[in-house]
Design a protein around this ligand. Structure first.
Ligand code: FES
Length: 100
């Protein structure tokens, strides 16, 4: 695992998520109750969850409204025991870093 700078601190508005491409992967970072990073790939039909509506710790996939806990990666409906990969996030002086 390697820490990589992925964004400037001001880049992700409070209460929102944003998609980033790094090393051929697309990840979503959410700025809600701290910063949280996970794969930006809905298991239903590969939608991007980063622009989904946030309610508490839950983000709703904008395509067909499946729900994920963005802190744990856990899918909250339809299929049991499905989790998106999550990644540690650290806020440093010069930006937001994610450990891949
Ligand atoms: S692609 Fe996410 S709910 Fe369908």
């Amino acid at each position: 695992m390697t820490w990589k700078k992925i964004a400037e601190k001001s880049e992700i508005s409070a209460g929102k998520g944003k998609a980033f491409k790094i090393d051929g992967k697309q990840i979503a970072i959410f700025n809600q109750d701290g910063y949280h990073a996970l794969d930006d790939l809905c298991v239903h039909q590969d939608g991007s969850i980063s622009s989904g509506k946030i309610d508490g710790d839950i983000v709703e996939c904008p395509l067909h409204f499946w729900h994920y806990n963005f802190k744990t990666g856990e899918l909250k409906d339809y299929i049991k025991d499905v989790k998106l990969q999550t990644y540690p996030v650290e806020i440093k002086e010069d930006g937001i870093y994610v450990d891949f």
